[in-house]
Design a protein around this ligand. Structure first.
Ligand SMILES: [Zn+2]
Length: 473
């Protein structure tokens, strides 16, 4: 108010150059927020710092470590706090390989990267051990549930009632509806034992209900503490190569955690679009990596980014609706200004999403996944969504499908040809394919075979900042 009065009176308040620039940026971003159609016009002129000046939305997370009469945990509470909540530098990541698996990164580093710093997890408030580190450890007086899913759900229930003496769950029921949603509090249960050991237990998202001290909850993530399959492989490889075995434990990877958390953000498994999946990590075909300090290769997944569908579903990005013809700019996550465009059809549940995917950060896996089919070129992804289908099980009726640019020259859809196959260079533009319309291959026809009254042309060369032309016909 003071500033406004000053302006009306013709007296500009004393402003440093920095303050002045900040005000201009704030005004510009306000204009762009109010009029999304201007987004492509102003895109080039707004400084990158705009997204960085916003405080991230913080989702509280509680990590409950569970051990049993016959299986004990090996990592410390502090390790889990760092694995989830810390933001390590690249150098720190390399140093903590033994503690954090093949990818010394953290869960928060992943979300920071894919959401351009807009969302992060923060430790839940609790008073077990080190207060407010977000980690509670529970020793259950039962044997490991092994592969029994119901018994595991029961163990989780016991763990929660045990943990509730250290945490006041009601503080997370922000809307006071007697229920704690997945955005109000994220829940991860870490079960002693290892994937690939005798417990045979798996990592998964459970859709069961939970009683959080009288409050309802639906859905939570359960992961095993370790990957014993990797431990065995490492021991075997080092022995065969006569190399000193430096690492002893292989904790569950960031890829597995972000995959299971992706379910809690509302995405089902989308395995049959391969490693370029809108649900990242934990894929059965991971990329090839090398154990640090050796030349020993192993197959592991580096989680690629969530695809546009999951990003929108999780509210990590608000899509801009494409209505009027024009040249639009699309930014990869590495620019710090990741954006998504949405083209609706007459059917509310069916629409197209457009994003820019580059081989950078976690997404570098797209171009190096030699175990599968490394993509030759990065670029613009055009996704065809139909929410009426619910999942990706039926290859002819997919919830999330990618329009493969390579279909024009191959003459067939690479994904469709072979279930669980990865797409073969799906991004635009691709040599021999520079248009997406009702006449192109692939085309913009809906599942009801209705041609759409628009076409996309003039894709710029693959880069972190790309443009395309949207033509309404
Ligand atoms: Zn899954």
């Amino acid at each position: 108010m003071a500033r406004l009065r000053g302006i009306r009176a013709g007296r500009f308040p004393a402003m440093s150059k920095k303050q002045f620039l900040l005000t201009v940026v704030m005004l510009l971003s306000a204009v762009i927020t109010i009029f999304p159609v201007f987004q492509h016009v102003f895109a080039e002129s707004v400084p990158v710092e705009v997204s960085g000046t916003n405080q991230p939305v913080k989702i509280p997370m509680l990590v409950v470590l569970m051990e049993y009469k016959d299986y004990k945990l090996t990592l410390k509470d502090e390790d889990w706090n760092r694995k989830i909540f810390s933001l390590p530098t690249k150098e720190e990541e390399d140093r903590r390989f033994d503690l954090f698996g093949h990818l010394g990164s953290s869960v928060n580093n992943y979300y920071k990267e894919i959401t351009c710093g807009k969302f992060l997890f923060e430790p839940a408030v609790e008073n077990y051990g080190t207060s407010n580190d977000g980690v509670i450890r529970v020793s259950l007086d039962v044997k490991h549930p092994l592969t029994d899913i119901r018994a595991m759900a029961q163990a989780v229930n016991h763990a929660v009632s045990n943990a509730s003496q250290y945490i006041d769950f009601s503080r997370y029921d922000l809307d006071k509806n007697k229920s704690v949603s997945r955005m109000e509090l994220s829940l991860v249960f870490v079960s002693a034992g290892g994937y690939g050991d005798k417990t045979g237990s798996k990592n998964r998202h459970y859709y069961y209900g939970l009683n959080l001290g009288g409050l309802r909850r639906k859905g939570y993530v359960v992961v095993t503490e370790r990957r014993d399959d990797l431990k065995e492989l490492y021991a075997k490889l080092t022995k065969a190569a006569g190399v000193e075995a430096k690492y002893k434990d292989f904790p569950v990877s960031v890829g597995t955690l972000v995959h299971e958390l992706g379910h809690s953000f509302g995405s089902p498994d989308l395995y049959n679009i391969g490693h370029l999946t809108s649900l990242s990590g934990g894929q059965k075909n991971g990329s090839i990596a090398v154990f640090p300090g050796t030349k020993l290769e192993y197959t592991r997944s580096t989680p690629c980014h969530y695809g546009a569908y999951t990003m929108v579903k999780a509210d990590f990005v608000k899509p801009v609706i494409l209505e009027t013809s024009g040249v639009y700019t699309v930014y990869s996550a590495g620019t710090g200004r990741y954006n998504v465009y949405k083209i609706p059809t007459k059917n509310l549940k069916e629409y197209f999403l457009i994003e820019n995917r580059q081989f950078e950060g976690f997404d570098r896996t797209l171009g190096t996944n030699t175990n599968n089919r490394p993509l030759k070129s990065a670029g613009i992804a055009i996704w065809h969504i139909n929410e009426a289908f619910g999942n990706n099980e039926n290859m002819d009726k997919k919830l999330v499908d990618i329009e493969e640019a390579s279909e024009a020259t191959l003459g067939y859809s690479h994904i469709k040809k072979n279930r669980n196959h990865n797409p073969c260079d799906p991004f635009y533009p691709l040599k021999g394919n520079s248009e997406f319309s009702s006449n192109s291959t692939p085309n913009n026809l809906t599942y009801n075979c209705e041609p759409q009254p628009w076409k996309i042309t003039d894709f710029s060369a693959p880069a972190r900042v790309m443009t395309f032309k949207f033509n309404r016909l």
